[in-house]
Design a protein around this ligand. Structure first.
Ligand SMILES: Nc1ncnc2c1ncn2[C@@H]1O[C@H](COP(=O)(O)OP(=O)(O)OP(=O)(O)O)[C@@H](O)[C@H]1O
Length: 359
């Protein structure tokens, strides 16, 4: 492990102190032409990001994710509301001090943004040069950083000689060079294949856990959030529609927008086509139940059906894991004496399970 210090950052999970705070932030951009209405990129967004956590922001293209990042690093100012980073309220700071806050924030990008004419070591050294760090100390830090990201043996190569994943490792080393407390990752894995994405996320996890750096990761990919984030906010058309632990938001989305995101990757209700196929081979009533993270959940289900003399056959669904907790849904074909199926469903509802009858 390297000995890079990161200010007063605490290790992941131990702190609830808000580090980044949005208070009713709205960001409008002027219309493209004189007669058009201004464009609202973010509408009344409030959120808190704790020191030491990995916070994901997910949303479709144009949802306002990059605008949110640019408000955190002070490259944009809110039209309404306030943005706090650490003890500072950004809008209240003069530009010179805002630059100081920015120095404590590292950034990585989808297209890596490396200097092609500089070597790997030269890219990592660049921010240290700008900060006036003297040569010997610079060399020491660059070597430590390249060792940390596993690229010490590529120090003298140029970016064009590297794979996408390696380029992003250089990007990460460069972003960490000035020992920031916060790392902003804007679609940092979107140009990478799934396996390389996994490697880069694992590295970011180490940055968080071993160096105590708070990470805000912006993405349109659910798997990225599942792979790394502690908490997540869902942005939809400029509005923050839901936020919470990754498990809460993805296992039990409360809004249509979050459910749309989740439904595309987590196993959920059968599609219309699947349902039509199931109907052809199953004459009983089809009922879907979301898997709950509580012990004995499935035996309780089985017990309820048994008590009501209802035969329950699983015909669709599955269970996977999210943050080490079970998540998924099961579709049953239920058959039994008159009234028994309804009675068993009423018993499930009384027990807090929400069976959904497929029509
Ligand atoms: N400087 C700007 N001037 C005018 N409109 C802007 C500006 N920056 C962003 N927008 C608009 O604000 C909205 C949100 O953009 P933003 O880039 O934040 O979304 P995003 O979620 O990051 O999308 P993507 O994933 O495609 O980058 C878009 O409609 C965009 O066109």
């Amino acid at each position: 492990m390297m000995s890079v210090t990161t200010g007063d950052a605490e290790p992941s999970g131990s702190a609830a102190e808000p580090y980044v705070r949005f208070e009713h932030v709205t960001k409008r951009f002027p219309a493209n032409d004189r007669r058009g209405a201004p464009l609202t990129a973010l509408r009344d967004v409030s959120l808190e990001i704790a020191r030491g956590e990995v916070f994901g922001v997910i949303g479709h293209s144009g949802a306002g994710k990059s605008t949110l990042v640019r408000l955190i690093n002070g490259l944009e100012t809110p039209s309404e509301g306030r943005v706090h980073v650490g003890p500072h309220e950004l809008t209240a700071l003069p530009e010179r001090e805002r630059r100081g806050v920015r120095r404590d924030i590292g950034m990585i990008f989808q297209q890596f943004n490396l200097f092609q004419s500089r070597t790997v070591a030269g890219n990592v050294a660049y921010p240290l040069k700008v900060a006036g760090v003297e040569r010997a100390e610079r060399d020491r830090r660059v070597a430590r950083l390249l060792d940390f990201v596993g690229l010490l043996d590529r120090a003298h190569d140029h970016p064009e000689q590297l794979s996408g994943g390696q380029k992003q490792r250089v990007g990460i080393a460069r972003a960490l060079a000035t020992e920031p407390s916060l790392l902003l990752a804007d679609e940092a894995t979107s140009a990478l294949d799934p396996e390389t994405t996994g490697d880069v996320l694992a590295l970011l996890r180490r940055v968080n856990r071993e160096l105590g750096v708070t990470i805000v990761i912006i993405t349109h990919e659910l798997d990225v959030i599942r792979g790394i984030a502690d908490r997540v906010a869902v942005l939809d058309d400029g509005e923050l529609v839901e936020s919470g632990s990754v498990y809460e938001v993805f296992a039990h989305p409360r809004t249509e927008a979050a459910a749309r995101f989740v439904g595309t990757t987590l196993r959920d209700r059968p599609s219309a086509a699947t349902l039509a196929r199931l109907r052809r081979t199953h004459s009983g009533r089809l009922v879907t139940v979301r898997v709950r993270d509580r012990s004995g959940f499935q035996s309780a289900l089985a017990g309820t059906f048994l008590r009501h003399e209802v035969a329950a056959e699983i015909v669709f669904g599955g269970i996977s894991e999210l943050q080490d907790r079970p998540v998924g849904s099961l579709t049953f074909e239920l058959t039994g004496p008159p009234g028994a199926v309804d009675a068993s469903l009423a018993a499930l509802r009384a027990d807090g399970v929400e069976p959904v009858e497929e029509d």
